[in-house]
Each structure stands twice: as structure tokens, then as C-alpha cells.
Ligand binder design. Structure first.
Ligand code: NDP
Length: 329
């Protein structure tokens, strides 16, 4: 028997409740690889899946946790053997499939990535889905021509998980990073990650009044979406790109197409869930190379399985700073 955070739904009231329980290997869903989980994390989607589900969870009881890192215990797939260190993000694990909030997980071999050289399982989960996605965003911006000499790069939702890792990676790569935050008390934290300028959320949160403003940003990693993304589009330099990662500020995009037509601005969609394997490998290798581990450590807030119901509620309110690392053992 081993510990897992199990979410159950009351058939009468429809209300969900999460609690740490003992379950057995025979309870786990089918899959080729059984992993002894070392660490998981708390992402925005985890907040939904630990709580009422947000339409992501179909069947109960459910074990959430959209990412995990651990050691292979048994494998029916030739690509993995007992003792291999692995990381998993995406593929709707923790939503449609049971996830990483347990001491063991059984998953498809295709969903796993070998842990890159230079990262241990704790560091991999300090990065987690949020940091992996931040790296995908930086790679997409680079693939579209972003270079440090082109100017300042904006990071929105900077004190959150995606924003913190994006800020640290961009700074380590030599970029000037302007960090947008609604929490002024995180200024010292963001500067310690390498932000060279702090932009108050109110400055950039208003809806678009003029479709084009001064050309300010050479690139943007946007975790917020909504009115802020619409506003940022009109502030991009000629030919610059915005990597749209998140919707912490809303899913609507109250924008005009003018920045695309008159400034050749690109809006790049970033999806981490169905990301092809080769690009996953490339992103994890880049994380191991380009994210300074001392900065990663500064983002970490440790937690255990029993902290998760509270942390899930906090992340939905935008109150989690940096990256939560859940030691499931
Ligand atoms: P966090 O909650 O850690 O960070 C989000 C940050 O956005 C907050 O910390 C806050 O930053 C800011 N924010 C929150 N609410 C608002 C608001 N109403 N208006 C403006 N800013 C706000 O979440 P993550 O970093 O883990 O994820 C960020 C987003 O990216 C989420 O929407 C998530 O679903 C999405 N995501 C998408 C992925 C993909 O594959 N595309 C993968 C991973 C995440 P501050 O306090 O600094 O202002």
C-alpha cells in the first residue's frame, strides 16, 4: 500500500473532497511503466483538479498531479528499465488519467522523458510543467528571431510559476527582462531572478484604447492572456513575437488585428500538453543548460501531499509565488 491524494465526488451534492489515502498498485490505471514518484508540483490546472475539477476530470475517484519525476520500478517497454530516472508532463495525466500526487504512478511509456543530464528529480519538479512551458516559450521566441540585442523582453504574471522560470532563463541568456506583476512585494524576488525592470500590473492591464502604442518590447512570454495580452500586442516592436502561454487573467482576447498588419507582430501559441517527444527532449536539455540552479532554488516552496488542498485553492487565486515542490514521500 502507498499514499495518494484521492479526490472523491459526492454523488448527491456533486461536491468534491480531496484527502490523503492508502491505495494499492492494483488500484492504479493500466500502463507500461510503473514509476516510484519522488516529487510532483502545483500548477494552475492542479488547483482545478484538486478542487471542483474545472471540467478537466471525468471520473472519480481521481488522483491529480499533472506532472511528476521519479524512478522507474517496473517497465514492459524496452525504452525504460528499473532504476531509470524519468519526468512526465502533459498528456492529460492528472486530469483524464491518474497523476503524480501519489507515491506510485502507472503510465504509458510514450508519455515519459528520461531525466536530462544535470537535473535531479527534485529540480525537475521545481521546473515542472510551468518551467518546461516557459522554456518552450523562450525557444519559440528564439526560433522567430529573438536575440538579446533586439531589446527588452516582457514577462507577464512574472511572480507565478511560468513567469518566474521565464524570467530566470531569459536573464541567464543575456536578455533584459521587464517583469509584470500585480504583487509589488515580489519586486526583490523578481530582481533576484534577473528582472531588470518591474512593471506594475495596473500599468498594462487596461483595455486597448489605441491599437498601436510606442514600440517597446522585443519579445514577450505571456502567462496572463485577456486584456493584458491584447494591450501588449500594440506595444511590440516591429516584427516581434509574443508567446501566448496562459490565461491567468482571462481567455478573451479583446484586441485589434492592427499590430499584426502594420507591425508584423507574431502571436505564437504554446502548448505543453501534446508537445512532440523530440521537442520535449530539446526543451528539457535546454532547461538543464540555461536555467541557473541557484535561481531555481530561490523559487522553490516545499510541500507535502496533505498541503495540496490548500495550495490548490491558493494557486487559483494567483497567490502562489514561484514553484511549489511536493515531496510525495
Ligand atoms: P501561477 O498562478 O503560478 O501564475 C500566474 C500569475 O499570473 C500569477 O502569479 C500572477 O502573477 C498573474 N495573475 C494572476 N491572476 C491575474 C489577473 N487576473 N490578471 C493579471 N495577472 C494575473 O500559474 P502558472 O505560472 O503555473 O501558469 C500560468 C498560466 O499558464 C495559467 O493560465 C496556466 O493554466 C497556463 N499554463 C499553460 C500551459 C500550456 O501548455 N500552454 C502550461 C502551464 C501553464 P503576479 O502576481 O506576478 O501578477
Amino acid at each position: 500500500m502507498f499514499k495518494a491524494l484521492v479526490v472523491e465526488k459526492d454523488a448527491e451534492t456533486g461536491k468534491t473532497a480531496a484527502a490523503v489515502k492508502e491505495i494499492g498498485v492494483e488500484d492504479l490505471p493500466e500502463g507500461e511503466v510503473l514509476v516510484a514518484v519522488d516529487y510532483s508540483t502545483v500548477n494552475y490546472k492542479d488547483g482545478l483538479c484538486v478542487g471542483p475539477g474545472g471540467g478537466l476530470v471525468r471520473n472519480y475517484p481521481h488522483v491529480p498531479g499533472i506532472d511528476f519525476a521519479g524512478v522507474v520500478e517496473e517497465s514492459l517497454d524496452s525504452r525504460y528499465k528499473a532504476g531509470d530516472k524519468v519526468v512526465l508532463t502533459g498528456w492529460r495525466v492528472g486530469e483524464a488519467h491518474w497523476g503524480g500526487y501519489a507515491q506510485k504512478a502507472r503510465v504509458k511509456a510514450d508519455w515519459l522523458v528520461p531525466l536530462p543530464e544535470g537535473l535531479d528529480t527534485r529540480q525537475a519538479m521545481a521546473v515542472g510543467t510551468a518551467g518546461f512551458t516557459a522554456m518552450l516559450a523562450v525557444m519559440a521566441l528564439e526560433d522567430h528571431g529573438l536575440r538579446p540585442e533586439k531589446g527588452e523582453v516582457l514577462v507577464t504574471g512574472a511572480a507565478g510559476g511560468v513567469g518566474s522560470v521565464a524570467t530566470a532563463i531569459l536573464s541567464a541568456l543575456g536578455y533584459d527582462v521587464a517583469a509584470v506583476t500585480g504583487r509589488p512585494e515580489t519586486e526583490d524576488y523578481l530582481k533576484s531572478l534577473g528582472a531588470t525592470r518591474i512593471v506594475a500590473r495596473e500599468e498594462i492591464a487596461e483595455t486597448v484604447k489605441r491599437p498601436l502604442e510606442a514600440e517597446t518590447w522585443a519579445g514577450c512570454v505571456d502567462a496572463v492572456g485577456g486584456a493584458m495580452l491584447a494591450r501588449v500586442l500594440g506595444q511590440m516592436k516591429y516584427g516581434a513575437s509574443v508567446a501566448a502561454v496562459g490565461l491567468a487573467g482571462g481567455a478573451a482576447l479583446p484586441a485589434t488585428v492592427v499590430p499584426f498588419l502594420l507591425r508584423g507582430v507574431n502571436l505564437l501559441g504554446i502548448d505543453s500538453v501534446m508537445q512532440p517527444y523530440d521537442n520535449r527532449l530539446r526543451a528539457w536539455e535546454r532547461v538543464a543548460r540555461d536555467l541557473p540552479m541557484d535561481k531555481l532554488e530561490a523559487m522553490v516552496q516545499p510541500a507535502t501531499l496533505s498541503d495540496l488542498p490548500g495550495l490548490g485553492a491558493d494557486i487559483l487565486k494567483g497567490q502562489v509565488k514561484g514553484r511549489v515542490v511536493v515531496d510525495v514521500n
